[in-house]
Design a protein around this ligand. Structure first.
Ligand code: NAI
Length: 217
């Protein structure tokens, strides 16, 4: 296989989970190989887009054969780092924190939820799916003891920067941020923001566009 390029665009990276999801479904259906044309058809991408994307990682396909589905799925898992294990904690165990703790997909993405923390004493001691909510004062020791490398922030936005500072102070290098605020973190810390509201606004925009187009017909 050719060498993987190091300057892969974020646009390609953001498409990889979709490739992975579809390939997983194909493996489950017993499909062993697929052409870029057919793969493109089910994903809604063009065949050349697929070839271009996968070429960034060293081109897995073979002319006249297409892609070996299982091999490609495993390679993408490898590129995404899904085979590695990351230990995560949630900070802010309210509505959203608890909903995320109930999410069953962590392991499939290489993450293990180890603990939850909150400042509200009424929540401390409660368990969500066997994950205990602990007092925030226990966080520092827990991070070291349980070898935590990912922090998930589910606090109100007012407390989020302080939580991020605390997490990075404990040498946490990756934050999954749900609080609706941009975090200021040291350069070597990775932040992935998830904002349902932004996705909703895009939906609103698209609906608005469609309405306008229909009105102008
Ligand atoms: P909530 O009020 O139910 O929960 C917040 C929890 O954080 C509370 O239990 C509170 O005691 C705790 N908390 C506050 N300051 C803290 C600190 N410094 N350290 C530890 N824990 C702390 O609120 P909800 O509905 O769970 O929302 C939480 C956050 O998630 C909010 O910022 C909200 O805007 C955001 N959110 C984001 C979404 C997204 O798509 N990114 C979707 C829904 C909510």
């Amino acid at each position: 296989m050719e060498k993987m390029r190091s300057n892969i665009s974020m646009a390609v990276i953001r498409r990889l989970p979709k490739y992975y999801r579809y390939l997983n479904d194909l493996v489950e259906k017993g499909v062993t190989r697929i052409s870029s044309m057919e793969f493109g058809r089910i994903l809604g991408f063009t065949a050349s887009q697929i070839r271009q994307d996968l070429n960034c990682f060293g081109g897995f396909g073979q002319q006249g054969y297409g892609y070996n589905v299982e091999e490609l799925r495993d390679e993408i898992a490898n590129i995404l780092g899904l085979n590695k294990t990351n230990n995560a904690i949630i900070v802010g165990a309210g509505n959203l924190g608890q909903a995320i703790a109930n999410y069953s997909g962590f392991r499939g993405s290489g993450f293990i939820l180890k603990g939850m923390f909150d400042i509200n004493p009424r929540l401390v001691g409660i368990s969500i799916r066997d994950i205990k909510i602990m007092d925030i004062d226990e966080m520092s020791e827990f991070i070291k003891k349980a070898d935590i490398n990912v922090g998930i922030i589910c606090t109100p936005k007012e407390g989020a920067q302080e939580v991020a500072d605390r997490l990075t102070g404990e040498r946490i290098k990756a934050i999954w941020n749900f609080a609706p605020t941009d975090l200021d973190v040291p350069e070597d810390v990775i932040v992935e923001n998830v904002h349902l509201s932004e996705s909703l606004m895009v939906l609103a925009y698209l609906m608005n566009q469609r309405e306008n187009a229909e009105d102008n017909k």
